[in-house]
Design a protein around this ligand. Structure first.
Ligand code: NAI
Ligand code: MG
Length: 381
């Protein structure tokens, strides 16, 4: 499965600018996206000159204008941008008439069918040695002498269907209210996410895919996902390409259990939308913080970087959000576009800052501000 050029052809990008749509949206999305921007700018001439296009989206935009994802944002992304970065959106937990999550909508509108979420620890043990006196939110894992092995896995989350098709309804019955949701699983979407998982595994040293499902209960929907992903290596045209990739499967509930007990059994985990969403937040706890875990939303013709975390209203506006997930998301986006050297430089700088442990935000036990951590990364790029 080849990555086709973005809507605005990569060939035309060469030698001139890289147009990046920037959608900070809400809460800490607005605090961490400038960090991603600064990291991209710090690469200098090793990538085409970045040109940032600020685009509107989010709940706050909805409350002001009545739309969470303006048509103009989508058309600029499709027609003018080579790629994009999304911050986070503050979707309310109650139904708000007329509102629908712009990130869920964007993934579908742009057909960004794969959410690729690498979860990797940078020496947990060194993190636990940092001199901070602040409470350390993660390091029970690190401080424990029987500490878990370091984590190095990728969650590949199907991004366009499952319960996220958001077909819900509620009726009144004689016993009270009754609500239902439709869960969509198609062979097409399961096949392409399966292909993404095998392709990703083939490029990694361990070459191992675990299919996450709940087919023992949902034998039709999850059954189709499981069967379709399993069949990817024998698809016409694959011609033994994935022979080296081992396949395993795990029911989603016990997958969470095993993720916490023995995370190193996992390499590439491929899952339907909801399970992938939950698993990747769980995996983030193993590496210290949601503020460290990046992702890209990838389709065949566009890529959008996005930290895994949400808008974190509990810490928004305090300049203490960890910017590293957003910065790492920028690196993943650049690598997906073919700028691997630039991506490596950003990732090495981030890893060095974490390893050194002197300038960290409070989620990692540090006392530094978002801006200070960002500057520390920039210095190293
Ligand atoms: P969350 O990811 O925003 O926060 C969970 C916990 O992690 C909070 O304690 C928060 O302070 C912490 N955290 C998250 N990112 C951090 C960072 N960069 N640095 C330091 N700490 C960080 O999840 P929550 O609280 O469940 O959701 C809050 C809002 O975010 C909701 O409105 C939800 O709809 C939205 N959300 C949006 C997402 C997106 O835009 N893709 C994804 C997940 C949630
Ligand atoms: Mg999530």
């Amino acid at each position: 499965m080849a990555f086709r050029p973005p809507f605005r052809s990569m060939a035309t990008t060469a030698g001139r600018s890289l147009k990046i749509g920037m959608l900070p949206a809400d809460g800490i999305g607005r605090e961490v996206l400038p960090a991603a921007r600064a990291a991209i700018l710090a690469l200098g001439s090793s990538i085409p000159k970045p040109e940032f296009i600020d685009l509107a989206a989010g709940f706050e935009h909805f409350t002001r204008t009545g739309t969470a994802l303006p048509d103009e944002t989508v058309s600029v992304l499709q027609q003018e941008c080579d790629c994009a970065m999304f911050g986070a959106v503050s979707s309310p937990s109650r139904k708000v008439t007329g509102y629908s999550s712009p990130i869920v909508a964007l993934r579908k509108k742009m057909d960004l069918y794969a959410n690729i979420r690498p979860v990797t620890s940078v020496s947990l043990h060194q993190l636990s040695d940092c001199n901070s006196t602040a409470p350390i939110s993660m390091p029970q894992v690190a401080a424990d002498p029987t500490a878990k092995p370091d984590v190095d896995l990728v969650v590949i989350r199907e991004n366009t269907e499952c319960l996220y098709v958001k077909q819900e309804n509620q009726v009144n019955t004689e016993h009270g209210k009754e609500a239902r949701a439709t869960r969509l699983i198609t062979e097409r979407a399961s096949r392409r996410i399966g292909e993404m998982a095998f392709k990703t595994a083939l490029a990694r040293p361990r070459k191992h895919v675990t299919i996450i499902h709940k087919s023992n209960v949902l034998s039709i929907t999850d059954g189709l996902f499981r069967e379709t992903v399993r069949a990817v290596p024998s698809l016409p045209g694959v011609n033994g390409k994935y022979d080296e990739v081992a396949i395993a499967e795990q029911l989603v509930d016990s997958a969470v259990y095993r993720l916490f007990r023995e995370p190193n059994i996992y390499d590439v985990m491929v899952a339907p939308n909801l399970y992938g969403d939950i698993l990747s937040d769980a995996a983030a706890a193993l590496v210290g913080s949601l503020g460290l875990v990046p992702s890209i939303n990838a389709g065949d013709s566009f890529v959008m970087g996005e930290p895994v975390h949400g808008s974190a209203p509990d810490i928004a506006g305090q300049d203490i959000a960890n910017p590293l997930a957003a910065i790492r998301s920028a690196a993943l986006m650049l690598r997906h576009l073919g700028y691997g050297d630039g991506a490596n430089r950003i990732e090495k700088a981030v890893d060095a800052v974490i390893r050194e442990g002197k300038v960290l935000t409070p989620d990692l036990g540090g006392k530094s501000k978002t801006s200070e951590v960002t500057n520390e990364v920039i210095k190293r790029i």
